[in-house]
Design a protein around this ligand. Sequence first.
Ligand code: NAD
Ligand code: UDP
Length: 388
Amino acid sequence: TTKVGVRRNLDGEQVRPLKLCIIGAGGFIGSHLCEKLMWDTHHSVLAVDVYGDKIQHLLAPGKSWSDRIEFHKINIKHDSRLEGLIKLSDLVINLAAICTPADYNTRPLDTIYSNFIDALPVVQYCRVNHKRLIHFSTCEVYGKTIGSFLPADSPLKKDPAYYILKEDESPCIFGPIEKQRWSYACAKQLIERFIYAEGAENDLEFTIVRPFNWIGPRMDFIPGIDGPSESVPRVLACFSNNLMRGEPLKLVDGGQSQRTFVYIKDAIEAVLRMIENPARANGHIFNVGNPHNELTVRELAELMTDVYCKVSGNPRPAVPTIDVTSMEFYGQGYDDSDKRIPDMTIIKKQLEWEPKTPVYDLMESTLTYQHTTYAQAVKKAMSKTLAN
Ligand code: NAD
Ligand code: UDP
């Protein structure tokens, strides 16, 4: 059901229905954002993507929101229709990107084109046509923490000043050029600087989002089921795939890297606040993550194994994890972010937003989705392989 009643922003002002041009609307974040906008608001969406599978359920005719969403199958690299769609909208949200680490060192050119070159015209169309832009960057622009350069036994490693990532203070620390992992972060950093400069010199109204490992249903794909069998998705889909196949989870370089995970539905609430509160969001860069949900990758593997056994009823595997080197898993040029804890001061102050969902709960709902969506298909694919 749709609530099309009056919406008010954080300052109690009425929010008029907006037309949003969402580029990359068919991806993981885009699909959840479109759901939120269709189910809980009166806003309209021009959904731009090369794929629409993840929003098919919203595009089916006869829904109460059907007149508020329109899918445009467009590759923004070369399609003159893009500027026309931007002209029709009040606000542009750009999510389009190559954003899986397995691509950064193996397809560095595509990564740089996608995250910088292809994003440039979007910024320019927004500036020329006086449209507000919400651009999706990444927590990876912080790169490594200052603390990662301290000796392993330094007591300063425990001092938050050496690892907390602050939008307006922390430096961006990347590895050498031959570590092509950083091609993504570097391209994202340059588009952030470009957008910031358009704001400073030409009054572009912008907001930049730095997601910290948003996870939930529809993230990436399961190799060999709804994506190429030789491709490597992000860690949630890699581990889900291993669990459904009953194979050990692969820990890259010891699984010592740390991440904070935020539930997609919490994070989408933050994006909606940015959409509906331009006066509080314009000109800002926002970390969006959950600083309380920190795990090492090894701990993540343990948690996912426990939760998957619970939701599937499967017994605990005899060999839950194996170690692999990053060279074996990702190939040459891989490198890693050591630790990612977002400072939440700015988003708390500007948008009064805080994440809610603990990591166990978000994993339980996500793995329940993975199991019900994919487990049968994985079983079938495995028995086919065995028969051959
Ligand atoms: P995703 O891959 O699921 O979504 C990206 C979408 O953009 C895809 O549907 C893809 O088809 C589309 N796209 C890419 N190039 C396009 C083009 N040339 N023309 C049209 N469509 C194109 O990824 P996501 O997780 O939803 O991420 C969205 C954004 O958020 C990205 O910019 C990413 O860098 C950023 N981000 C996400 C996370 C996270 O935790 N999920 C973390 C950091 C940054
Ligand atoms: N990783 C892993 N095994 C896998 C997939 C990923 O150990 O099967 C690690 C990866 O090396 C990184 C972390 O998990 O340290 C998170 O990877 P992800 O691809 O989700 O993206 P990132 O957070 O690095 O952007």
